[in-house]
Design a binder for this molecule. Sequence first.
Ligand code: GLN
Ligand code: ZN
Length: 771
Amino acid sequence: MTTPFPTATITGYPRIGARREQKRALEAYWAGRIDAADFTRSVHTLRIDTYRRLAQLGLGEDYAIPATYSHYDHVLDTALAVGLIPAATEDGTDADSASSLEDYFALARGTAQCPPLEMTKWFDTNYHYLVPELAESTTFTAHPKQLLSLVAEAKAAGHLVRPVLVGPVTLLALTKPAPGATTLPLDRLDEFTDVYRDILTALGDAGVDWVQLDEPALVADIPGVPDARLAEAARRSYATLATAVVRPQLFVTTPYGSLDNGLPALAESGIDALGVDLSAATRRIDPDYPRRLAATVPTSVRLVAGVVDGRNVWADDLVSSLNVLTGLGRESVSVSTSTSLLHVPYTVSQETSLPVDVASWLSFAEEKVTEIEALAAALTCGPEARLEAFNRADRVRRTRASSTRVHNAEVAARTAAEASNDGFRTDAATRIAAQESLGIPDLPTTTIGSFPQTAEVRRARADHRSGRLDAAAYEQAMRAEIDRVIGLQEELGLDIFVHGEPERNDMVQYFAEHLDGFTTTEHGWVQSYGSRCTRPPILFGDVSRPEPITVGWSDFAASRTSRPVKGMLTGPVTILAWSFVRDDVDLRVSADQIGLALADEVADLEAAGIGIIQVDEPALRELLPLRSRARAEYLDWSVRAFRLVSAHVSPQTQIHTHLCYSEFGEIIEAIDALDADVTSIEAARSRMEVLDDIDGFGFARGIGPGIYDIHSPRVPSVEELRELIEAALEHVPAHRLWINPDCGLKTRDYPEVRASLANLVAARQEVLESA
Ligand code: GLN
Ligand code: ZN
């Protein structure tokens, strides 16, 4: 007797707690304020409360709830479970013991002796996972203990939950070979699959009837691995797993896009249920996907249709979702989310200051579970079964479509009028000549924008927000800070100054708070990595700038020094990448609107006499589509939106941009097309490797490869900074080479920043003198 797959489910849930209970427990444990037993108890309570809540919301069937809790990262958890990362602790040891927790967090966060695992973005989301490294000597072994204990703990509380692992193909595709290893991790798929089989057997022996394996790699283009090769790997691996004698039924999910070669491969591999991303967003990109699914997936495989968007915050259009579900043409399908709900906040009901109409259009994790329950009920009994939910969804659709808060005719007219503007300024030679008047020396020194955010600065912002500090006193506090930052830059002898950004809590949220078309939440936290959470703004409508945003601060800073002060803006692509975006217009429409709103800011900065303006785009590469065939189009509109910001500035005004990564490679042409006069980029950790890319391309603009790694508290010595400058001079002449840190200084402390910048200026001086 096997349990049928539940009719309503989700593929993952946030783990931080509705009030960030997990974050607090983690940080208290790391700081030694609570011990392992207290920590374990509080996250146990969090898990059980979550199961109970989910069951109440409609996931009451057996195996409807996935056990997606993790202390830090689910990729690390699976890597440990299959022995991809050898566990330091014996399997006999209790996984909740202090020493097991220490070992676990050592991998995630590093220790004095040992650096943590590298961290990188999970597909095209803002979640970051730990990248496993595979040494050739590693032999895989199964460690199912942690999975079994999650199952047992839930069972004791009355819930049959579904254990979840990252699937073998995805896990190996994301693993990097250890230094010196010559084989690709994916070449070891067969041995790896055998360990998954051992895990399945252990779960089967424990009476588990369904297990979930996540295979997002099958919807992405993984560098160096053709789609057909990945699909073939999936076919082989799952065919093996399906033949395990005692095993739970296999539910394989494929979030973040539509399957291509992976679809027939999985459909025929012998798995029991297939989870697919059928969100409206994915259907817009691949309208044929529902038809392909209907035609390809045999009825012996349960189709688990992820119609409810797991990664955006809009209430589902239940009628269209129901149509998609019935259009799949089979007697029974299950209703689910397109992706894990990890990417959205807990519940709209906690928000007290959202505009009421906008609030009624949103669904966070809890509301999405309710939608899934309604769809599953409607699928069997018709929409009448959940009339209230369907009526609400219809009201949302109609009010959003006609809301003047969403649709601004002026913005639409302006965007249309700029439709043929390619955003290019005058040619580079004219600009270079015109910018002579700025009097910029060789090897100019500058910083990326923010200076350390002291406790006083943060307190002043918080007090202002809560009303304890009035506008005048707040302005006074910020001006005093700007004054200090200007004074410090004078003292250090930097060439181009910044105001230090003390007024910004976050480089995206700050602009979202000052642009029409955006709103922000109070409790809308989502996990970025470990205990780190962000609160993405919500873009709900046409974007415009009601009044100048940064001009007052920049203007004040400029009045305090005779040195040039750089104006500082966040670019349109980064604002989009770190917000929840509209689902009723293309991303490129919003990008153009933000670009034009920022162009107003640039015009005002220029009019105020700010001659150098930096437009940061650290997220340009983050929005790159998972499929390479979609990339050219993305780069085309994103680059244009960036150029719109400065399309109308005079040739004398110098435009800078800043990007936060060192592997230029794939997007170097796009970076060149940004047409910024100066580009600063992260390079210290890769020791200027970035400049090899630039050589190959003939990048002819100003470039500032960061020489001081701000991600570490270490103060770099004059000597090593000088070596980096000399290495860079091998590639770039002194009049085009800028000397700056890797990124903003916001997260550092003043003593180390002061010492590091002093060394940076000294190193530059030595290089100039020895030339
Ligand atoms: N100007 C921003 C800062 O210095 C840039 C931050 C970033 O690149 N992430 O903080
Ligand atoms: Zn940066």
